[in-house]
Design a binder for this molecule. Sequence first.
Ligand code: HEC
Ligand code: HEC
Ligand code: HEC
Length: 127
Amino acid sequence: MYNARPVLAGIAIVVILFSAPFWAGVLGRDYKDTGIVPPKDEKNCIEDTGLMRSRHMQLLNEWRDEALRGENRSYTAADGRTWAVSLQNTCLSCHANYREFCERCHEASSVYPYCWTCHVLPVENRK
Ligand code: HEC
Ligand code: HEC
Ligand code: HEC
């Protein structure tokens, strides 16, 4: 007779180990895994970090539409702070290190925004 418990535990461990990449994908990747470098002198983004992570593309689309169609160039965040609606002067003034922030995560996620044929990256990022 053998004891089934260690066998079942062993099987469970193997299943968990092999499905780890799957769970990591489902639960969302921790940005630290991608090696991105957030701004050092600021604590917070415009909106909650989790929200920014999952919705910054929608926010940028809204900003563009607001600026160009609504001629509204001021954005009030959930915490009441107001920001100039500007990809370059707002987002990229804090996230000046485009390559090590935006781009590193985009490459990890295979996303290649086409914005920079028109919008200007901070000087240190142009090559
Ligand atoms: C074909 C050129 C072009 C491309 C490509 C482009 N834009 Fe723009 N975008 C413009 C122009 C022109 C304006 C208007 C500038 C102004 O009036 O301030 C603008 C304005 C904006 C604005 C609002 C004002 C500002 O200064 O930020 C946002 C936000 C924006 N674009 C986001 C994006 C994003 C995000 C992408 C990539 C997904 C993108 N754009 C790609 C040309 C472009
Ligand atoms: C006032 C400075 C500041 C501005 C302006 C700003 N950010 Fe941020 N952003 C931060 C900081 C600081 C963090 C990291 C917050 C944290 O670790 O909790 C961050 C986090 C993020 C994240 C999430 C990274 C992660 O942890 O997954 C994204 C995406 C992002 N910002 C995009 C943007 C975009 C797009 C804009 C413009 C619409 C913008 N940010 C404007 C400071 C800023
Ligand atoms: C933590 C990871 C992460 C960071 C940091 C990040 N992005 Fe993204 N970004 C993504 C992902 C993932 C997508 C694709 C989402 C989708 O397709 O739904 C995306 C999509 C976008 C898009 C839309 C692209 C398209 O072709 O539709 C724009 C524009 C964009 N990001 C701009 C930025 C800018 C600007 C920054 C830096 C200020 C930034 N992102 C930082 C993960 C990130």
